[in-house]
Design a binder for this molecule. Structure first.
Ligand SMILES: Cc1ncc(COP(=O)(O)O)c(C=O)c1O
Length: 392
């Protein structure tokens, strides 16, 4: 939590975002976290998904976010690095970390195992399995989860399989090698982030089935990864129940019984909606607005236009025009790439000094913000309103 001079400890919680604007009159971007919403979303996921729910820390590692998820019942974490492991381990002794990055430094593997007691590691190549075995001194108390590549499917915004994931044939060999060393095995995949197509999970599970059939090894874990969608403008997320039903059916199809533990490791679906961003208009040039955060800060996901956050004007004292017009939003850096794709519908008389609340920025925002041009958004407040339902 950043201590901003205007933000004393007892002033972090606000009844709504207008109160944040009123109290702080911030010329800097402010993340408005809604802990109640984060908790409700996590509880819904835990209740709906047919298995155990790990949170993908990389998506938003802010302390307040992790606290809200922990309070909601999340006890297992998908971690990508040693600093993430340290953060979780130092917060909650009983939390379980799964080191799900398929490519890790040897030092990170050794420290994860020897210092932090991590026993669950993902790999997608035989050489990575060898590294894990060597760096854990041939430990036999490991679970090795082999990550499979998934085919590109319609309805996925960010594909990940071009970088990670073994073929069915490669995965079969890695599973056999791990099994021969007496290690428990798992199989995982990631369909890509912001996946609105439940069928993608069915395809992944079929590949899991092919590896089980080919290796003859019963997995201890089947991990369907993240990818579950959140709501954005024009990108309403299908109900989580549809994804859960597809996963259930996919598990039945490949004959997996109760002995297998099923994991999901969502990031975006747990945290996107529970955080908005309050930005200020610093200059208007016709239909172009210059705001104080952009693609090098909290808003990198909105550069390419596949996703757009909802936008709502906040003017102290009200009185904004009811007529809406389309505006382009540019970020604060000198780079001409620093613009959000697409048009944002805002009151026609929006002007310098107004604030704009951008919705659903809890995922991959603060986690990816740089210091480019000296800007670094890092002010967080808690807001306890129920955000209005916005038409996607
Ligand atoms: C291994 C792994 N698991 C889970 C996630 C979370 O994905 P999402 O935010 O799409 O749910 C990611 C994201 O990159 C990932 O790499």
């Amino acid at each position: 939590m950043t201590a901003h001079p205007k933000l004393r400890h007892d002033e972090r919680a606000f009844p709504d975002v207008a109160s944040v604007a009123m109290a702080l009159q911030p010329s800097y971007p402010v993340y408005c976290l809604r802990p109640r919403m984060l908790q409700a979303t996590a509880r819904h996921f835990i209740e709906t998904f047919p298995g155990e729910v790990l949170y993908a820390v990389k998506c938003n590692p802010h302390r307040l976010v992790l606290d809200a998820l922990y309070r909601a019942g999340i006890r297992q974490f998908d971690v990508a690095s040693l600093p993430e492991i340290a953060q979780i381990a130092e917060s909650w002794g009983e939390a379980v970390c799964h080191f799900m990055h398929p490519v890790k430094s040897r030092a990170a593997i050794a420290s994860a195992y020897k210092v932090y007691g991590v026993r669950s590691f993902a790999v997608d190549h035989a050489d990575e399995l060898r590294k894990v075995i060597e760096e854990t001194d041939g430990a036999t108390d490991l679970t090795i989860t082999v990550r499979l590549a998934t085919p590109p499917v319609e309805g996925v915004v960010f594909h990940l399989a071009s970088k990670f994931g073994a073929s069915v044939e490669e995965a079969t060999e890695i599973v056999k090698a791990a099994d021969e060393r007496g290690l428990a095995t798992g199989l995982s995949f990631h369909v890509g982030s912001q996946c609105r197509n439940p069928a993608a999970y069915a395809l992944g599970l079929r590949r899991v089935g092919a590896v089980i059939a080919g290796s003859g090894v019963a997995p201890r874990i089947v991990d369907v990864g993240g990818g579950f969608p959140a709501d954005y403008v024009g990108h309403a997320a299908p109900a989580l129940e549809r994804f859960a039903e597809t996963v259930r059916a996919g598990l039945r199809e490949i004959g997996l019984g109760p002995a297998v533990t099923v994991f999901a490791e969502p990031g975006r679906a747990l945290v996107a909606a529970g955080c908005s961003l309050l930005v200020q208009v610093q200059l208007r040039k016709g239909s172009q607005l210059y705001i104080n955060d952009g693609i090098y800060g909290s808003l990198s996901e909105f550069q390419k236009g596949a996703l757009m956050p909802g936008a709502r004007l906040i003017r102290l004292g009200g009185g904004a025009s009811e007529r809406l017009e389309d505006f382009a939003l540019g970020g604060p850096t000198c780079d001409s790439e620093d613009v959000l794709q697409g048009s944002y519908r805002l009151p026609a008389d929006v002007r310098e000094g107004d604030w704009i609340e951008l919705d659903g920025v809890g995922a991959y925002s603060n986690a990816m913000a740089s210091h480019f041009n000296g800007f670094h958004p890092d002010t967080f407040v808690e807001v306890y309103d129920e955000p209005p339902a916005r038409a996607p």
